[in-house]
Design a protein around this ligand. Sequence first.
Ligand code: PLP
Length: 437
Amino acid sequence: MDRQNLELDAAITDVRGRFLKDNPKSAARHEDAKRALPGGNTRAVLWYEPFPLTLTGGKDCRVTDLDGHTYVDFVSEYTAGLYGHSNARIAAAIKAVADSGWVLGGPNPYEARLGQAVVDRYPAIERVRFCNSGTEANLMALSTARAVTGRAKILAFDGGYHGGILTFAHGGSPLNAPYPFIFAQYNDMAGTAALIRDQAKDLAAVILEPMMGGGGCIAAKPEFLAMLRKETEQAGILLIFDEVMASRLSYRGYHGMAGIKPDMVTLGKYIGGGCSFGAFGGRADILDRFDPASPNAFGHGGTFNNNIFSMAAGFTGFTEVLTEAALDRMNGLGDELRDGMNALLAERKVAGVVTGVGSIMNLHFVDHEVRSPHDVEESDPRWLHLWQLEMMLKRQYVTPRGMIALSLPISRTEIVAFLDLFADFLDGYRSILPKRT
Ligand SMILES: Cc1ncc(COP(=O)(O)O)c(C=O)c1O
């Protein structure tokens, strides 16, 4: 092992030791959790070494842990926490439901109003149906595409993430839903077009995030999206945009911003106002197959599809809190943060780049352009691990994979403070971080 390698290992041992010393109650809670939950975990993304912090509360853009520390929250519940942790209007909507009763077993006054708001805002969504999660929304969209087209295969992108059982990083998961998937490389114009043409007669759908979130916050090139629209349209293949994360990057959704009309769009995360949520929508002629009064209607059950907490909190958040101005402000602050981090990396001559769009971004320690998840595979994960734990010790709550998501309550004050601490991190570890060539 060379010296830099040894120093990096020593730095990791040191930061883990300080993290453990700082968080004895979280460490003990994690050990205890292992008795009932495998590895103490029930949600893969929330696990990291040496143990995840236990969170006990949140206010605006801050979260508190079991050991009593308060953090500025740059995880924002992996984009679902867009409204922060204590929005008063959403809290009132939830309280109103709690006061008037829930699990009622019938349509409620909120679901169609939320549906209408979604239809009014997103150009490609002419009709919408609700479900319980982004995973479920994507499963429904893919199954719908297969039923509507009578074709079996789905084209997805290497390294993409569309849910717990639709995960295509590192060769995919053995638990993935057993659709016959074929894979292309994100942003590969020629290769993807050739694959679509070659497989056209068997392809029901092409599914992608217009900006990959879990895949590393990598935006599709506009010409790539335009090519996908043209090729799928010509071949009668449904184009599905997974906007579970990306819809929050523009008031009219990512597709509205990009000026592309996919056949179907899936939604999730923040749209439930902080309660469980998923939705799939799109062309009226496709979605109207779900009209129970129509001949040969597709059935679509789900006990909590219209969960009154999600519908009420979602409607209030979407229509009263998420104004165009508020969204633009948050995404503008995200651009400032990303530009600021990139400037610091360049000044310090560290090989790193922060990718993303607006309020969602990802730090990668690589020395080249990032066009697809493949471009970040070689990066040593120890650098991000060191970054995460150091930023946590500085009371900035960040993700293990380098992803950052803002929430509406974050202001420029938090952004400026984060940039100062990021500069300190780069200065402190310059000798063991990768060098820019
Ligand atoms: C792009 C994308 N699609 C789908 C999902 C799955 O959503 P859920 O976790 O609600 O099932 C996620 C979750 O991270 C996501 O980021």
